[in-house]
Each structure stands twice: as structure tokens, then as C-alpha cells.
Design a protein around this ligand. Sequence first.
Ligand code: HEC
Length: 155
Amino acid sequence: MKLRMWMLALAGLGAATAVTAQDLKSPSTDLYVPRLGDIMSAAQTRHQKLWLAGRAQNWELAAFELRQLTASLVEAAVLYSGIPVSNVTTLEPSLQSVTGAIAAKDVRKFSKALGDLTEGCNACHRSMGRSFVVIKVPTDPQPFANQQFAPQAKP
Ligand code: HEC
């Protein structure tokens, strides 16, 4: 099969599933632009590493992972104009709280702030028709321990 045919077949597949990115305006540029899902996968990794670093009280690493995570979220908002800016700005207080907890080296505050931040992830997912992507505070260091895979009860 020629490449073009593959692309068409893939496009058809995408259209047939409920999950499309049509409501997200893709940027037009010749530069490599990461797909939103790829930015989010990086955010997921950072979210978990942030948690693990904070729990281990490695505050330098936690601060680094927080910067990386924030950069991913900003990148998503800047590159994908379909994402309402307010969905990102509402994360500001919880990002500030995590920053404050790291500066204070306070595990209890850190855990609370990360819980709030995680709720912010899910609030955006819900508002963008992605309520099935449920992020949670990780329970263990396994990969993807910060995502819930069992289906959510329908509202
Ligand atoms: C401003 C909105 C917004 C915020 C905030 C947000 N996300 Fe997302 N996320 C999305 C959208 C939209 C998608 C679906 C992307 C797609 O359909 O390709 C998504 C998808 C994902 C996915 C699925 C990626 C995949 O390919 O499996 C993960 C994981 C994820 N987000 C993690 C996070 C984490 C962790 C946070 C918080 C630290 C977060 N997201 C915050 C909008 C957001």
C-alpha cells in the first residue's frame, strides 16, 4: 500500500472512533510540532516523577519536575489554540501551592497541593470531552500508577 493510502486509511480510522482531535485546532507550521497527546504523555510522566520526588523529599528534583510539567502545560496551551486559556490559568493557584510546598520542604502541603493540581488536570479533561482520561495521585512507583483505567460511572 502506498504511503498516501495508509494515511487515508488511518484518517478513516480516526473518524470512526469517538476520540478525535477535531475540536483542537492544529497549528500549521513546517517545524515539528508535538501532538497534543504526546505533550500530555510527557505531562503524565512528569506528574508521576514530581510525586515520587516530593514523597522522597528530593526537593531539587521535585522543583525540576514541576518546571518540566508546567512547561508541558504551557506548550499545550500555546500550540493548541482550541484549548481555552482559562483551563490553563485556573491551574495557577495549585501550581503555586506545589511550588510553595517544595520551597518549604513540606511533604504534607506537597501532597495536598498535588491532589489539587491533579484535580485541575481532570477538570480540563472533562471540559474538553476527555473525561475518560482520569489522572490520580499515584499509589506506587509503577508506570501509569497515576492514571485510573477502570471506566468511570456515567453521570
Ligand atoms: C488545558 C487542558 C488540559 C490540562 C490542564 C491537562 N490536560 Fe491532559 N489532555 C488534554 C486534552 C485535550 C487531551 C486529549 C488529547 C487528544 O485527544 O489527543 C489530554 C490527554 C491527556 C492524556 C492522554 C494521553 C494519551 O495519549 O494517552 C494524559 C495522560 C493527560 N492528558 C495527562 C494530563 C496530566 C497529568 C495533566 C495535569 C498535570 C493534564 N493532562 C492536564 C487537556 C488537558
